[in-house]
Design a protein around this ligand. Structure first.
Ligand code: GDP
Ligand code: IMO
Ligand code: MG
Length: 421
């Protein structure tokens, strides 16, 4: 009667979609608990690649119930597109997808307000995905949001009009030019379309499934360093991306959480603005981006790249209560003569492994430990024992520093390219 959680330990894009897809055969239910279509979760199997934004990553397994929880923000237009695309693969979305009536709705004006606020901030912008995430969560917290359940209520139009009139005032105050008529027809069409899906009270449903002995996997979006409370504020997203978010975003009591799978890339990436102590704005960074195909799954933006950062990883493990570590993309590092790992920071002469209040502090100097690199095609390897010795030395060091076992190593984007340790 327990729920396991999968989440990212860095700045997102750690490979959550792939790992959830790999783990799904062991679960009856996969449930998203926060974020929205700012997420881009990639899955690869049978020679095809799929990117999911709002639909949980268990959708391609026929037996699996997929839940969009109350903590998620849903854009009807985006979700309609996503469902239509997924359906071309033959999956029965009507049967297996459940949407929380309490999930908040991203309106076209939320997307416009997101764009207007970012434009207003100029060079200080967060670098948001412009999917309307922050304005929608602001309305949720401000107690003026619309929820999925409102779409099927007779008061929908009046609630919508009130929200839009508030957003218009905001857009006007920011001198933002827009034409709502370009967006509303698709929104209304998508609202009608979504009514054919299972819009339910997911907190009762998921707890009922748990009490029936069904196995639930909660799927996080973004990463711990983008968490609204603990991330590199203000360069964060607007939800709790940590394990605690699974409780509030699904209605699951804390004692029901069992395993927490924390995913980290063998190096680091970040899209958008904000601090990134181990960033490599040089040839090494370019190479990481090229070999790792580090371009955003949602926006296509080039991802910033850098070395593995243990102080941030330790922090993320502490906040999430990670029980199992999963390392992805170590195959990308194949061919690097040396691989660097930041094990502490020098901040103005003081060496520390803890994150300072101000991650933008220009005095943060990462201190590195160098490891001999590895060569060869790791993607073809199926057993841990067959991995290069230099790779194992590196992984042993990470495990020893972090004191949590690495249970899985992903060596390629495909489902099959996964090593259980
Ligand atoms: P997510 O947001 O955490 O689901 O991650 P994304 O899908 O945004 O980004 C991860 C990218 O790396 C995707 O293109 C995946 O297909 C790919 N990927 C995942 N795991 C591996 C791996 O072990 N090796 C390689 N080379 N690519 C991977
Ligand atoms: P997945 O689930 C990487 C980043 C944006 C921006 C900041 C705020 O695929 O790992 P937002 O649109 O949420 O207001 O943007 O957060 N961001 C992500 N970066 N992966 C993601 O999701 C992200 N979702 C948001 O780039 O810096
Ligand atoms: Mg992603």
């Amino acid at each position: 009667m327990k729920v396991d959680v999968v989440l990212g330990l860095q700045w997102g894009d750690e490979g959550k979609g792939k790992i959830v897809d790999v783990l799904t055969p062991k679960y009856d239910v996969v449930a998203r608990f926060q974020g929205g279509p700012n997420a881009g979760h990639s899955l690869e199997f049978g020679g095809n690649k799929y990117v999911l934004n709002t639909i949980p990553s268990g959708i391609f397994h026929e037996h699996c119930i997929n839940i969009i929880g109350n903590g998620v923000v849903v854009d009807p237009v985006q979700l309609k597109k996503e469902i239509e695309k997924a359906e071309t693969t033959g999956v029965d979305i009507r049967k297996n997808l459940y949407i929380s009536e309490k999930a908040h709705v991203i309106l076209p004006t939320h997307r416009l307000v997101d764009a207007a606020s970012e434009a207003y901030k100029g060079v200080h912008k967060v670098g948001s995905t412009l999917r309307g995430i922050s304005p929608t969560y602001q309305d949720k917290i401000g107690r003026s949001g619309l929820r999925i359940g409102d779409l099927i209520s007779p008061n929908f139009k009046s609630k919508y009009d009130t929200a839009v009139s508030n957003h218009k005032k905001l857009l006007d105050s920011l001198n933002y030019e827009y034409n709502l008529a370009d967006h509303e027809p698709a929104f209304y069409e998508a609202v009608e379309y979504l009514k054919q899906f299972k819009i339910v009270n997911t907190e009762y449903y998921v707890n009922h499934l748990i009490s029936q002995g069904k196995k639930v996997l909660a799927e996080g979006a973004q990463g711990t360093l983008l968490d609204i409370d603990f991330g590199s504020y203000p360069f964060v997203t607007s939800s709790n991306t940590i394990t605690g978010g699974a409780c509030s975003g699904l209605g699951i009591a804390p004692q029901k959480i069992n395993k927490v799978y924390g995913i980290f890339k063998a190096y680091c990436t970040r899209v958008g603005n904000g601090p990134f102590p181990t960033e490599q704005e040089n040839e090494t960074g370019e190479l990481l981006r090229k070999l790792g195909h580090e371009f955003g799954a949602t926006t296509g933006r080039p991802r910033r790249t850098g070395w593995l950062d243990l102080p941030t990883l330790k922090y993320a493990i502490m906040l999430n209560g990670v029980t199992d570590l999963i390392c992805t993309k170590s195959d990308v590092l194949s061919g690097f003569e040396t691989v660097e790992v930041c094990d502490s920071y020098d901040i103005g002469g003081t060496v520390t492994t803890e994150l300072p209040f101000n991650m933008m502090d220009e005095r943060i100097k990462p201190l590195y430990k160098s490891f001999a690199g590895w060569t060869g095609n790791l993607s073809a390897i199926k057993q841990y024992a067959e991995l290069p010795e230099t790779f194992k030395t590196y992984m042993d060091y990470v495990e020893q520093q972090i004191q949590v076992p690495v249970s899985m190593i992903s060596v390629g984007p495909d489902r099959e390219e996964t090593i259980i340790k």
